[in-house]
Design a protein around this ligand. Structure first.
Ligand code: ADP
Length: 393
């Protein structure tokens, strides 16, 4: 019979878990992927290439990337359902590369809830404890406590088919948390839910992560989800991590063209570096010779082909220019789309074609209508010149 080491806690004790989180905040490494390569049988190219990733105890780390970029493969190797072709996986300093999934003691939640249809909610959540040989009294108290944490205590006797999608996903969460795993792995857990429920569950999962202090490794292709929920995000493309940083850093300072294009919406204005200036700035000539100023990556050199990455919310419309004549383009409003709390404005400029702006409703002036001739303007400190590499999502 399989034996599992059960942690001493009889129930999920939120208080002690909270203490654990505060004491060890950001300090320890809980899990490490070292030089991981995965080549599936018969595949021409690796699904994951030389992946190095250190996961901190208690953090919410999201693996974000387009379909086929290697996120699920990475998670499956962490879970033990796939074996790396090369490299090493460490959990709390121990090599688990070839340890069977059930012996790793990790919680796993998939998009398909994978609940046992013939078992009640209680029995589903109790399952990981029963197989670990926990006694009945402890099972009962731990399951009840966990069902309270995920707000399902009133539905303990129901069967999965009697629950909504969101409730079923909460059962799956409870089942992954009930045995107090050090790490919970989640693969697109909200992918099957409608938008409203997904947003609600994002808040729920964030709350659970915060309250329980458990480490979460979360896979999604949804950048909003990644930016809202994570402490750090690893952006995958082609089996490589292109950037690993906080959501804010990712949004404000993408490492390269791929990340800039994949994370958040952008205007990407092509140009050539005319001069590298002080203060991290550079002067870029657009295709029609118009000069603009932007923040430049440290590696930029004169003559480099770049695009100037400019978020729509940084574009000001019709506001007098304040950059000494730089970063002002003339244009005509081609489209105005109402989006509830903001308006999306498309402005056709002779210089660079269409630029998109996002204007909060409160700042929308009446003269910003389709056909209006306006200036668009942005600050040099709020746009980034990124070398063109052709690596498009
Ligand atoms: P993601 O989760 O980012 O969508 P995956 O990790 O599922 O990406 O896939 C990465 C690459 O590995 C893709 O090219 C995919 O087709 C391939 N792949 C995934 N699973 C298998 C498998 N079981 N056998 C062969 N190739 C696979």
């Amino acid at each position: 019979m399989i034996t599992f080491r059960v942690r001493c806690m009889n129930i999920i004790d939120q208080k002690s878990l909270l203490t654990r989180k505060n004491d060890e905040k950001d300090s320890a490494t809980i899990c490490e992927l070292r030089h991981i390569v995965k080549v599936y049988h018969g595949a021409q190219t690796p699904a994951v290439r030389d992946l190095n990733l250190t996961i901190r105890d208690g953090e919410f780390l999201t693996l974000l990337g387009p379909s086929g970029s290697g996120k699920t493969t990475t998670l499956m190797m962490l879970a033990g359902f796939e074996r790396p072709s090369e490299g090493q996986i460490l959990l709390k300093g121990e090599d688990i590369t070839y340890v069977a999934p059930h012996k790793r003691g990790l919680g796993v939640v998939f998009q398909s809830y994978a609940l046992f249809p013939h078992m009640s909610v209680f029995e589903n959540v109790a399952f990981p404890l029963s197989v670990r040989g926990v006694n009945k009294a402890d099972i009962s108290s731990r399951v009840n406590r966990t069902l309270e944490v995920v707000k399902l205590a009133a539905l303990a006797d129901r069967q999965p088919r009697q629950l909504s999608g969101g409730q079923q996903q909460r059962v799956a969460l409870a089942r992954a948390l009930v045995f107090d795993p050090p790490v919970v792995l989640m693969d697109e857990p909200l992918g099957a839910l409608d938008r409203q429920l997904r947003e609600h569950m994002q808040i729920e999962i964030s709350r659970l992560h915060r309250d329980l202090g458990v480490t979460v490794i979360y896979v999604t292709h949804d950048q909003d989800e990644a930016l809202t929920m994570s402490d750090r995000v690893a952006v995958f493309n082609g089996g490589l991590v292109r950037q690993l940083s906080s959501p804010k850093e990712l949004y404000d300072h993408p490492n390269d063209e791929f990340v800039a294009r994949f994370v958040g919406e952008n205007n990407n204005i092509e140009g050539t570096v005319a001069a590298v200036e002080g203060g991290g700035r550079c002067r870029v000539l657009l295709a029609d010779g118009t000069p603009v100023r932007a923040m430049g990556m440290p590696t930029l050199v004169e003559g480099a082909a770049v695009f100037v990455s400019l978020r729509p919310e940084r574009v000001h419309c019709g506001v007098p220019a304040a950059e000494g004549g730089f970063n002002v383009l003339k244009g005509t409003v081609s489209d105005v789309v109402f989006r509830g709390d903001h308006v999306r404005l498309s402005v056709l400029t002779p210089s660079v074609g269409e630029l998109n702006a996002r204007i909060p409703r409160a700042d929308l002036r009446e003269d910003l209508v389709q056909g209006a001739e306006i200036d668009v303007h942005w600050s040099a400190s709020q746009c980034l010149a990124i070398p063109q590499t052709g690596s498009i999502a």
